[in-house]
Design a protein around this ligand. Structure first.
Ligand SMILES: *Cc1c(COP(=O)(O)O)cnc(C)c1O
Length: 365
């Protein structure tokens, strides 16, 4: 078989340990999963009732244009319907963008470490990858500008960045956008935007309206709690959307996902409550880390990257064997760190007391 050469170097995505797998392996009853930045409060109750009371027909193809969701979102955000594109998760939008713009002969600029799917898709398309190291956990925008040339087709920004939780300030972002060539597409992945409390975070719609070489990606997987249904969206100038649309599969988002997402957009109260609880949880992690001299990056997302200054896999294994699944920083580019999703109050307290046991016992294995 004559596989694409670049495919041979890639490994499939390694998901975090599943709850069932962990239960069996360690003979545990209760498992707390704080590994994939899922919403500890689930999704809006209104979503569950809508799916129960008015379920779509599984035998029918979904509406490929996602008309109802599109209208709901366009009026909620105050953008034109033609400024939106929907994906099977924002992961698929990353794939669509890569498919539409990257090829051997083009290059793409991104931070490192950041969300791995930008790199993964760029490798598949055979593009040259230019990774610019984070500085103090933040995007080095100057360094990224220096890396852009006439063959740079896509620049990726992740804000808040996964796995650091750090964000790009609006004035710095705009200064950057002013300097990027008009024929280079800038992708701003805002998977955690709904959790942001920083006042100098950018305004998504304002930027989408002002820059013709920009797309902002959002997802229903994180604060909306719909990760299993696979749906995300992009907001951009209509000309960007119309160029991307042919690279999208016609029925990429299911009727169930569209209905759930539409209903979720209408439940602002659920969102506000999750945002508030998340901030309280983050504050409790800040206090805990300060008290026990653990370094961390201040986060605008629903996770926190904590530096234990020892092998992240060891911390991960200790917590795993006691029923808490977190993410070792090893695979995320921070080998001495652990990334923890902010859970419910009870879950956060449980994890913190376990970390304390770990620190006090001085256990290394
Ligand atoms: C979780 C995540 C995504 C993927 O979200 P899906 O919509 O579930 O595909 C995209 N970008 C970042 C930075 C994420 O953390």
């Amino acid at each position: 078989m004559r596989w694409k050469e670049q495919l041979l170097d890639l490994t499939p995505y390694q998901p975090g340990k599943s709850i069932e797998e962990t239960k069996r392996e360690f003979g545990l009853e209760k498992i707390v999963k704080l590994a994939s930045n899922e919403n500890p409060y689930g999704c809006s109750k209104k979503v569950l009732s809508a799916l129960r009371e008015n379920p779509p027909k599984p035998e029918l193809y979904p509406d490929g244009y996602a008309t109802v969701l599109r209208e709901t979102l366009s009026s909620a955000m105050n953008v034109q319907p033609g400024q939106l594109i929907f994906g099977n998760g924002s992961d698929e939008l990353i794939q669509i963008i890569s498919r539409a713009l990257l090829h051997p002969g083009a290059n793409t600029v991104m931070a490192a470490p950041t969300f791995p799917q930008y790199r993964h898709n760029a490798v598949l398309e055979g593009a040259e990858i230019r990774e610019i190291p984070l500085v103090n956990g933040e995007h080095d925008l100057e360094g990224m500008l220096d890396a852009i040339d006439e063959r740079t087709n896509v620049v990726w920004l992740c804000t808040p960045n996964n796995p650091t939780g750090t964000y790009i300030k609006n004035n710095e972002l705009e200064a950057f956008l002013e300097k990027v060539p008009k024929d280079t597409l800038v992708v701003i992945d805002e998977a955690y935007a709904e959790y942001v409390v920083a006042e100098d975070y950018h305004d998504t719609v304002d930027l989408a309206n002002r820059y013709g070489n920009l797309i902002l990606l959002r997802t229903f997987s994180k604060i909306y709690g719909l990760a299993s249904l696979r749906i995300g969206y992009g907001v951009a100038h209509p000309s960007i959307i119309s160029n991307l649309e042919p690279a999208r599969e016609p029925f990429n988002t299911s009727s169930f996902a569209q209905l759930a997402a539409k209903t979720a957009v209408d439940d602002k109260e659920f969102l506000n409550e999750c945002k508030k609880q998340n901030r309280e949880g983050l504050n409790s992690f800040y206090r805990f880390c300060d008290e026990h001299c653990l370094e961390y990056y201040p986060s605008q997302a629903n996770f926190i990257l904590i530096n234990f200054k020892r092998d992240g896999d060891e911390v991960f294994k200790y917590l795993l064997s006691r029923g808490y699944i977190v993410r070792s920083g090893k695979a995320l580019g921070f080998p001495t760190c652990v990334r923890v999703t902010v859970g419910s109050k009870e879950q956060n307290e449980g994890l913190q007391s376990l970390i304390l046991d770990y620190l006090q016992s001085g256990v290394l294995k």
